[in-house]
Structure formats: structure tokens, C-alpha cells
Design a protein. Structure first.
Lengths: 527, 297, 306
């Protein structure tokens, strides 16, 4: 660039080119920009969402469902499952009218719902169910394949799953914990292929696919022949708006009707704005502090009293008020309260005076330097408060926010052996799967373990009796609590906004689900 | 290297510049502002009324003292965690000064050194450095900075390093161009005849003559660096909280804008603006005074 | 001349090659995409399956070889996140980015050129200061903040402009301004110095001596010539704008390539990051190459340099 002004002679040639370039670029821009013009809003018949994450086409295909909650934001609209979580009930028969299991626990038989159709008008058959299960290759597919021996389809209305061994969690995984029970039309998928299916998906859900611009916008249209009932709104538009403040601005202006994830101060503003409603949802994602140094006899954290003090120091209620308007659920466990085998611990207590006393008893009357507090940078506001709380009783640490991907990679690679970790997990499963990952020796996120807990874990793994297994898992969770391995904080509150045109937003109808669902229940006011 | 080529790059003009610092159009106010920021940064411990990193959730979102609900205890109000905004601004000056100046100097030292080596030694050294510069320039600075931040993780000193190795190319190119012309000047030739080593020539004869350009560039880069630092905070990879940095305060407080808590962003925004504007005005003045060649920066 | 062009093209290809190498290995040390495609707490088996699916379990040099081989066929690979060809994604976003950059450049020149001229011909006067300050202000405020203030004022309070998204010319105004304002100062500075240089030149002096009025001298003789370097810079900056609009695109939810790249980095979507960076790099390198060659055409002596 230092050359630009060096010579003036012959410069006209240059400027001509530049001008021509600009014109050419303008032309491209204008021509290509034109078709992107906003779709005309059909009055009354359309609702628009402001989505906080980038929409991915993998979410249109249940077979791709990873161990992630976000795809269900779209799955509930486009597709339907044999059994899925619905309002008031976790395992609700949907495309399956009913199911039964054999007394030996080795076989499950589903009866398909009559009249359930795909968007192309073809009926949902047993063949589609078998096909959908077999093509599923998302998160839990290895687990499913290890347990399911065969699928029989005696007639188009009946499907029988044969298991290799009794597996009491089968329905849990087939319904909520994986995408394997969501049904796609075999004929269509075979005709267009996996890639083609993601470009123009056909499902059995309440809404049909209309168009998709990757990362930008998804348009859906009501499927009037949906078995449960015809949807209440003709057209749904899901727009990606990455910035939180912009989502609120769009909601205020009426450009969108429903905005996902509007936090703290913006949520307050939302609450104050006439016509807008705040819709809080509690997620199945507990947050906690973890003390990886507790197995090092030289560390202060080795002393139980120090860990108990840290637990007592955290003002969970104040933090929830400050950051989430008090909409987080304070649970005192690292396992979501909705999980199977959840053990209810005593309520979390905030008592800095007692915490200081415990620290003094442990020999740290003047506190100590705890090194770094590692956290996912998108939750550094929480960590800032924890840090402040710990500081109040004399535990001094420095915040080390790490960008999400790098943080979880570091967590699982066991890089944070010193200091404190602020962790979280939204993974599906039950109490046993959580304990396996976070407490028991060999777990992906376990930095150390206690022999008595490990022993109990191997006991329950071989226990087929549900009651006995539950008792062991209770005992384990009790030990986790007593040893103060973690300082659980809460289950995160997810705050959303709803505009004045919306009748029923369907937020919170399904317990623990972050997004609007079921979509067929959503209505426009007055319509 | 032909003499002809050099005459294109620079008109023949002796470049021992002895610039008279006339006070006529001297940007007095910007200089005072920068000096003020430096003063505040140095004496932050004495000046700040509160601990900038500790707050109480009870005292969140207090407005400045002249608004209803404000108090003299927190002159400019408190933030989302109840920390004193004024104290954070005062300590933030320190972070901005440290990040701004060290990053600019860091980039300047790398860029100037490589620019001199490249320009004076020529040959394969020049080739290597220039190809490296080309590659760097093909990668937008902000993208590059985000990458580095993701790799090294956030800390104030990491941000300095990131900004330094993102922006050194700007110096390298300009300095190299200057060196190419300086090389052909009488005094350099005389030094060669007198038997000075390459190293001595670069250090004693070339460096003092490009330092002006480096300073001008530096003053203009200061603004760029501070804005980039703030932008990295917006993207979540800047100076880590709870450290008080203006960019971080601006990014943390941006949501308050929508809610009417203007003091959370307006104060740090003004601080950034005043500092960057001053640096730019001073830089523009220096540019005209010291180095008319650096016109298209 | 041919030799010179050949050498320049060679250099450009070399820097693109170095860029591909840098970005390829860089992006791989920033983290693991699998960690983001599952909820934290997922089993190592889930993660290994994703690695296998994306070919991340192969040796690095094999991955690089595959990447380069497909690059030669104009294939930038499949996005991990969107599961579609990166080239298609890129091309679907590019028009938006170009449109935004062109309008932003227009606004930027609209601010930069007049204030630059004022600064050159009315040194030290009131309007000079105002123009200069306004141009410099754009450089002195982070664009995310400018963007949010614009949304607050023009969308929320006044209700004149849509807050975000794309579609109508109205959607363009705020993002283009936020982006263009930042570049205005550079154009102002160059206009000013180039004006001063032209005003000091012999033929302008001659025009003055001939007794032509000052305004005519400025408008007819000086301005036209002073504009040339400014427009050259505008050409370069246009390409840069296309590639650096990350923040503006995020704030205004503008569907351009800046956001594609930023989300690519956030999701560790290696093919997207590689693709966008290499396409951007190719654009920048090409523009620089064109300018180099043009200068060489204009002034044969440059060819001898280097």
C-alpha cells in the first residue's frame, strides 16, 4: 500500500479499473441481493423466531442427532417419534399408539398409530420404524446396537424390538435420550439419499419443510394432516440472530415474535416492556465447581472442611437473582432432578461465617491462594460471582475463562489438575451415566476418585433389580454430597421472550425442555 | 538494486530531519489527555476509591451520583456485579495503557527489526521476510487475533503478544521501503567505505533514520490496537474478567444500553474514544511534522 | 515484463500456499470440533465416532494432502457443522458481503473525501476540524458499540430502521454505516495528503497564476488528480471490508461471510475456516497482485525492483 501515492503519471488507467471494479461489484451485489428480499408476511398466519445458535441441516435428520439438546428445537416441528417427551409426561406414545414389554424384559412391541402420515401423504409403517432405527448413527447408536438383537415387523402396524439382554433403560434411550425413535420415510430417503434428505427433509411432524438458508433462516409450513391436531399457525420462520441485544431489539420492534435466550439485564427490560412476556425454563444442565486438587494430600482442598467451606461460601440465590432474575433452580447436585435414580440432597446453604470458621479449623484462618478458576468463557459471569464469593471467605483465585471448545477439550484431557473448574453438563442419561462420567474412576471428566464410591458403582452395574440398584445409586450420590467432591450451583435458567401476537408460546409445556414445543400447540392471539 | 528504482520509491531528499517542534498547531488537548490517562494509570492504586475487582451483589446497578438512586459512595455508579465503575475506569486506564503501549512497541520492535533486516540485507533474508509479510497480510488481522486468542487462551499479556504478532507487518513493510532508499544515501555509502560492519550500519545509521516513521506508525497503531482489544472482548476472547479493562467493560455493559443503564458503556466508551482520538490526532500531527512520506497510512 | 509478472504471480501463489499451511495447522491446535457437537459429559466413544466421521483420526499430513488435493479441484471440503460443501456455503454468503462492502465503501468515501478535501484546503478552520473529528471518531469507537447504539436509536426508539437481517435497502443502512465509518478516516487522511501534494504541484500553481478562481482550481484540477490514489486505496479496502465485517455482521445478523468465518471458528468447523480464509486470502493477494502489475505497467522502472 506504500506504493499507492508514489506516482501520479498514468494514474487515470488505474482509477478507471478501480471504478469499473466497483461498478461490477455493485452489479453482482445488487443482482444477487435481490432474491433475498424478505418474504411477505401473511397477516395472522405467521410467527417468527429469533434463534440464538446457528441452524444446521443436520438437525433436520434424526439419524444425525448427537448428544445435544439443540437439534430438538427443529426435530419437534419437522418430525415425530414413536415415543417422545410431551406435556406432563416423559414417555408419551406418539407415532406408536401403545407399547408393551415381555415379562423377561427381552422384547418390546409397539403398535403404530393409525392415520399417522408423512408430509408426502404416505402412511408411517413398521418398515419405516425399522429403517429409521437402523440408519440412526447419532450419539447413542453404539449403545443401542449393543443391546438390540433384532427388529421384527410382523405387519405394517406392529414392530418388535428383541434385546440381547434385559435393559430397563431401553425406553428411556429409545424415546428421549437419542434420536433413534424419530421416524423418517424409508422410500423417500432411499430415493433422495442422505444428503438430499437434509436439503429437503420430509417427516411426520406438525410442520413441513419449505426452505432453508444455512445459518440464516428456516421456513416451515403447517402440515394440516398431522395426527394429533392441525397446527394453529400456518407458517413458521426461524431466523438466526446471534447477538442477544439485537434479538431483544427485534422482539421489541415486532420483527420477531419469539426470542430464545435473552439474559440478565435484557431479560429485566423484557419484563418491563408492555406486551412482551418473559418465559423462563429450567434446563437439565447443572453447573458446579469442581476441586481437582482434593486428591493431593499437600493441597488445602484435600481437607474436607475446606471443600465444605467453599460450598457454604457460594451465594447461589444472590447469583441467580443477579444473573438470571432468580430463575435458576438451585439443586445442590450435579445430577438433574428430573433424571432417573436422582437422590435428593439436603438444600444448599449460604453461610459465609460458618465457612470462615471451617477454614480456620482446617488451618487456613487467613485464607489461601487457590490458583486459577477455569471456566467456559460464555459463563464467565457466573464464575466472576463464585470468585467473588470465595474471596469473601479468603479463598483467593484468578479467573481463567477459556473459549468453549478449548475449555471442554482441556477439561476432558485432564489439563486443569490445579485450581478450580467451573463445569456443566447437559448430556442425556440417568444418575448412573452421570456418575460414571464425573465421579467414578476412569470417567471422562474424573480427576480422581474414592474407592468406596468406585466399589458401589461396580456393584450397581451388575444389579438387575431396579429397587436395589436405586438404593446403591442413592448411596453413591449421598457420598458425593458428604465428601463435597463438588460444589453444585444450580440448574441453569434459560430465559426467553415472547411478543404480543403470540397466544400459546409452548414454552415450558415439556418439563426441562429449553425451546418451544410441541409446535402444534402454538397459537396466534385471537386466531 | 538499482538507483533508478529507489528514485521511484522516494524523491531524492536528504533525510536527516531536524524538525522544529513549532507549538503553533501542536495538538495540546490530545497530548494532555494521553498524559492524563498515563497519570491515572500510574497512580491507580491511590486514585481509585474502591477495589475494582470486588463488589457486592446488593449494590448492583447504582447510577452515577447525580441521578436518582445514585450516591457519593459510587460517583459513576456500579456495574452488574456491584463494582465501582469509577475505580474500574481508573484501573482500566492501566490495562489500556499497558496493552496499548506494550503491544504497539512489541509490534514496532519486531516490525522495525525485520523491516531493516529485509531492506538492508536483501537477498534471501528479504525474500523470506517479505513472503512471510505477504502471507500475514492475506489473513485479516481480526481473524488472526481470534485464532491466536483461541490457541493461547486469554490473559492480559497474551493479548499483548497476540496484538504484537498480528500487527508487526504494518511496520515491516513501511520500514523496509524507507531502508531501501536510505541504503543508497551518501552517509551510508561513506560508512561502508569507512569499513563499518553491516550490523553497525544498521544500528548506527539506518535505525536512527527510520525511528521517526516507526514512532508515527506507532502513534497511529495505538488506536487500532485499543479498538482491537475491545473487539476481542466483544467476541469473548479479550482480557479476561474480572480484570478491569475498558474494552471488557464496554462489552459487558452493552446490554445495559437497552435497559437505560447508559453509565456502564458510555463512560468506558468515552475513555476509549478520547484515548484513541487523541492518539490519532497526535499521530496525524507527528505524521505531518516528522514524516511527510507516510501519507497513506 | 513477462518475467516480472511471472515472478509476482509466483510470489502470490507461494503466499497462498503458506497461508493454506498456516491455517490448516493453526485451526487444528485451537480445539476439538467433537467437543462442541456433543453436550459436555458425553462419552469418549461418542467423541471418537465423530473424529472418525470427519476423518480427524487420520495422520495430519494425510488430512493436509486430502485438503490440498481437493482444493485444486475447487473443492473446499464439507462443513462439519452444516454438512454441506463449503464452496456452496461461501458462494451463498459472498453476494451479501459484497453488497454490504460496496455500500459501506460508498458511505465511507462520502465521509472521507469531503472531510479530506476540507482538511487540505481549509486547514485549521471550523469545518475542517468538524470533518476531521467526525472521520476520526469512526476509527475511535469499537464498531460493536456503534452498531448497538444505532439499533437502539434508529430501531428501538425511533423505529425507522429494521434492527437486523437482510432483504430490503433499509436493512443495509445501519450495518453499512457502522462498517464504513471505521474506514472513513483512512480515506480522509489519504485525500488530504494527496490533495496537498496536488495543490503544491507545478500545474496547479500554473492554473492559479493564470488567475483561475480557487474553487475552480480545486474542483477541476486538483480534485481529479488527488482522487486517484484514494480510489486505489478504496479498491484494496473494499476487499478488506468483505473479509473483516465479522463484528458488524454479528451485531446486525447480516448473513455474510464474516459471520460464517466467526461461527466456523467458534464451532471449530475446520473446512469452513480453511475455506473462508483461503478464499479471502486469494482475494487480497489477487488485488495486491493486480495493483503491483498495474504499477509496473505504468512505471517500467518498478519491474527492476526486487
Amino acid at each position: 500500500m506504500a506504493r499507492c501515492g508514489g506516482t501520479r503519471n498514468g494514474g487515470s488507467k488505474q482509477s478507471d479499473l478501480t471504478r469499473r471494479d466497483v461498478l461490477a461489484l455493485t452489479a453482482i451485489g445488487l443482482v444477487a441481493g435481490a432474491p433475498a428480499a424478505a418474504a411477505a408476511t401473511a397477516p395472522g398466519g405467521q410467527l417468527t423466531w429469533a434463534i440464538h445458535v446457528s441452524l444446521a441441516p443436520t438437525w433436520f435428520d434424526p439419524a444425525e442427532t448427537e448428544a445435544l439438546i439443540t437439534p430438538y428445537m427443529v426435530l419437534y416441528a419437522l418430525h415425530d417419534a414413536m415415543v417422545k417427551q410431551m406435556p406432563g409426561k416423559t414417555q408419551t406414545p406418539c407415532l406408536a399408539e401403545s407399547w408393551s414389554s415381555s415379562p423377561d424384559g427381552l422384547s418390546y412391541e409397539f403398535v403404530l398409530r393409525k392415520g399417522a402420515k408423512f408430509h408426502n401423504g404416505e402412511p408411517v409403517t413398521a418398515d419405516d420404524v425399522k429403517f429409521s432405527f437402523e440408519r440412526y448413527h447419532g450419539a447413542a447408536h453404539q449403545l443401542m446396537k449393543d443391546n438390540v438383537a433384532a427388529i421384527e415387523t410382523p405387519d405394517p402396524q406392529h414392530v418388535r424390538f428383541k434385546l440381547k439382554k434385559p435393559w430397563p433403560d431401553f425406553i428411556t434411550f429409545y424415546s428421549t435420550a437419542s434420536g433413534s425413535g424419530w421416524i423418517v420415510p424409508r422410500k423417500y430417503v432411499e430415493q433422495v439419499g442422505n444428503e438430499g434428505f437434509k436439503k429437503a427433509p420430509i417427516g411426520a411432524g406438525p410442520y413441513k419443510f419449505v426452505s432453508f438458508t444455512p445459518g440464516i433462516e428456516l421456513v416451515l409450513e403447517a402440515f394440516d394432516e398431522y395426527w394429533r391436531k392441525p397446527p394453529g399457525v400456518k407458517r413458521l420462520v426461524m431466523k438466526v440472530i446471534p447477538d442477544e441485544a439485537t434479538r431483544l431489539a427485534a422482539l421489541k420492534r415486532g420483527e420477531v415474535d419469539i426470542a430464545y435466550s435473552v439474559r440478565s439485564e435484557l431479560a429485566e427490560e423484557l419484563q418491563r416492556t408492555p406486551g412482551l412476556t418473559l418465559k423462563p425454563v429450567v434446563l437439565q444442565a447443572p453447573n458446579w465447581l469442581y476441586f481437582p486438587e482434593q486428591w493431593d494430600p499437600k493441597s488445602p482442598w484435600h481437607d474436607l472442611r475446606v471443600r465444605q467451606a467453599a460450598n457454604l461460601a457460594i451465594d447461589r440465590e444472590g447469583m441467580s437473582q443477579a444473573l438470571f432474575l432468580g430463575y435458576c433452580k438451585i439443586t445442590n447436585s450435579i445430577i438433574p432432578y428430573t433424571f432417573d435414580f436422582y437422590w435428593q440432597p439436603p438444600a444448599a446453604v449460604y453461610d459465609p461465617a460458618k465457612a470462615k470458621k471451617l477454614l480456620a479449623e482446617a488451618g487456613y484462618a487467613s485464607g489461601f491462594d487457590a490458583g486459577l478458576l477455569y471456566c467456559d468463557s460464555s459463563y464467565s459471569n457466573m464464575a466472576e460471582v463464585s470468585l467473588d464469593n470465595l474471596q469473601q471467605i479468603g479463598i483467593r483465585a484468578q479467573l481463567q475463562p477459556i473459549e468453549r471448545a478449548a475449555f471442554f477439550a482441556g477439561y476432558v484431557d485432564k489439563k486443569y489438575t490445579r485450581g478450580i473448574i467451573q463445569g456443566a453438563s447437559g448430556a442425556f442419561g440417568n444418575a448412573a451415566t452421570r456418575l460414571a462420567s464425573f465421579v467414578v474412576n476412569g470417567g471422562a471428566y474424573t480427576y480422581g476418585s474414592y474407592p468406596d464410591i468406585d466399589e458401589l458403582f461396580s456393584q450397581q452395574a451388575g444389579e438387575l433389580d431396579h429397587e436395589k440398584r436405586a438404593a446403591i445409586l442413592d448411596k453413591m450420590q449421598q457420598l458425593v454430597h458428604e465428601k463435597a467432591i463438588y460444589a453444585p450451583i444450580w440448574q441453569l435458567g434459560f430465559l426467553n421472550g415472547v411478543g404480543p401476537r403470540v397466544g400459546e408460546s409452548a414454552f415450558g409445556l415439556i418439563a426441562g425442555f429449553a425451546y418451544t414445543a410441541p409446535f402444534e400447540d402454538i397459537t396466534i392471539k385471537g386466531a | 538494486m538499482s538507483t533508478q528504482a529507489e528514485t521511484v520509491a522516494l524523491p531524492p531528499r536528504f533525510r536527516w530531519r531536524r524538525v522544529s517542534l513549532r507549538l503553533g498547531d501542536f495538538p495540546l488537548i490530545p497530548t494532555l489527555i494521553l498524559a492524563g490517562v498515563a497519570f491515572v494509570a500510574i497512580f491507580a492504586n491511590v486514585l481509585a476509591p474502591h477495589n475494582p475487582e470486588v463488589g457486592s451483589l446488593v449494590a448492583r446497578f447504582k447510577p452515577p451520583f447525580w441521578e436518582t438512586g445514585g450516591s457519593a459512595k459510587y460517583l459513576l455508579g456500579t456495574d452488574q456485579l456491584g463494582r465501582d465503575v469509577l475505580s474500574r475506569l481508573i484501573f482500566g486506564a492501566r490495562v489500556s495503557m499497558v496493552v496499548g503501549f506494550t503491544a504497539v512497541i512489541f509490534a514496532g520492535v519486531i516490525g522495525t527489526a525485520l523491516g531493516i533486516l529485509s531492506g538492508y540485507l536483501g537477498g534471501w533474508v528479504d525474500q523470506v521476510i517479505m513472503r512471510l509479510t505477504d502471507t500475514w497480510l492475506a489473513l485479516p488481522a481480526l481473524t488472526f487475533a481470534i485464532f491466536l486468542a483461541a490457541i493461547v487462551g486469554p490473559s492480559m499479556w497474551n493479548i499483548v503478544i497476540i496484538l504484537g504478532i498480528t500487527y508487526w507487518t504494518r511496520y515491516a513493510r513501511v520500514i523496509r521501503g524507507e531502508v531501501l532508499s536510505l541504503k543508497e544515501r551518501e552517509f551510508v555509502r561513506l560508512a561502508i567505505v569507512a569499513g563499518c560492519s553491516k550490523w553497525t550500519i544498521m544500528r548506527r545509521h539506518i535505525l536512527p533514520n527510520v525511528i521517526n516513521s516507526a514512532i508515527v506508525l506507532g502513534s497511529l497503531m495505538l488506536g487500532v490496537v485499543i479498538i482491537t482489544e475491545a473487539t476481542l472482548s466483544f467476541l469473548g476472547v479479550g482480557v479476561p474478567p474480572p480484570q478491569p479493562a475498558w474494552g471488557l467493560m464496554l462489552s459487558d455493559g452493552k446490554q445495559g444500553l437497552m435497559v437505560g443503564r447508559w453509565w456502564l458503556t458510555v463512560f468506558p466508551g468515552c475513555c476509549i474514544m478520547l484515548m484513541v482520538l487523541s492518539a490519532n490526532l497526535l499521530g496525524d500531527w507527528l505524521r505531518v511534522k516528522l514524516d511527510p512520506q507516510l501519507r497513506q497510512l | 515484463m513477462k518475467q516480472y509478472i511471472g515472478r509476482r504471480v509466483g510470489y502470490s501463489l507461494l503466499s497462498l500456499f503458506l497461508l493454506s499451511l498456516t491455517i490448516f495447522f493453526f485451526v487444528r491446535v485451537t480445539g476439538d470440533p467433537a467437543a462442541l457437537l456433543v453436550e459436555p459429559g458425553a462419552s469418549p466413544a461418542d467423541i471418537a465416532a465423530i473424529h472418525h466421521q470427519f476423518g480427524l483420526d487420520r495422520p495430519l499430513w494425510v488430512q493436509y494432502g486430502i485438503f490440498m488435493a481437493s482444493l485444486f479441484h475447487g473443492d473446499l471440503g464439507q462443513s462439519f457443522y452444516y454438512r454441506m460443501p463449503v464452496m456452496g456455503l461461501y458462494l451463498s454468503r459472498l453476494p451479501n458481503s459484497l453488497l454490504l462492502a460496496v455500500v459501506a465503501m460508498g458511505l465511507s468515501l462520502l465521509i472521507g473525501i469531503p472531510s479530506g478535501i476540507l482538511a487540505a484546503v481549509r486547514v485549521g478552520r471550523f469545518w475542517d476540524s468538524v470533518g476531521k473529528l467526525f472521520a476520526l471518531l469512526g476509527l475511535s469507537l469499537p464498531s460493536f458499540w456503534v452498531g448497538l447504539v444505532l439499533i437502539l436509536v434508529f430501531s428501538v426508539y425511533l423505529g425507522w430502521l429494521p434492527s437486523s437481517g437482510a432483504g430490503t435497502p433499509l436493512h443495509l443502512i445501519m450495518p453499512a454505516f457502522a462498517l464504513g465509518w471505521y474506514f472513513a478516516a483512512a480515506h480522509m487522511r489519504l485525500t488530504r495528503s494527496s490533495m496537498l501534494e496536488v495543490l503544491g504541484s507545478e500545474y496547479v500553481k500554473l492554473a492559479r497564476i493564470k488567475g483561475l478562481p480557487q474553487s475552480l482550481v480545486i474542483a477541476k484540477h486538483a480534485f481529479k488528480n488527488a482522487l486517484i490514489p484514494v480510489l486505489t486505496l478504496a479498491g484494496i479496502n473494499l476487499v478488506i471490508m468483505v473479509n473483516v465485517a465479522v463484528v458488524v455482521e454479528t451485531v446486525f445478523a447480516w448473513p455474510g461471510i464474516g459471520r460464517l468465518l466467526y461461527e466456523g471458528i467458534a464451532f471449530r468447523d475446520f473446512p469452513v475456516v480453511q475455506g473462508v480464509v483461503i478464499m479471502g486470502g486469494a482475494m487480497i493477494v489477487t488485488v495486491n497482485l493486480l495493483i503491483d502489475i498495474l504499477y509496473a505497467v505504468i512505471d517500467p522502472r518498478i519491474r527492476l525492483e526486487r
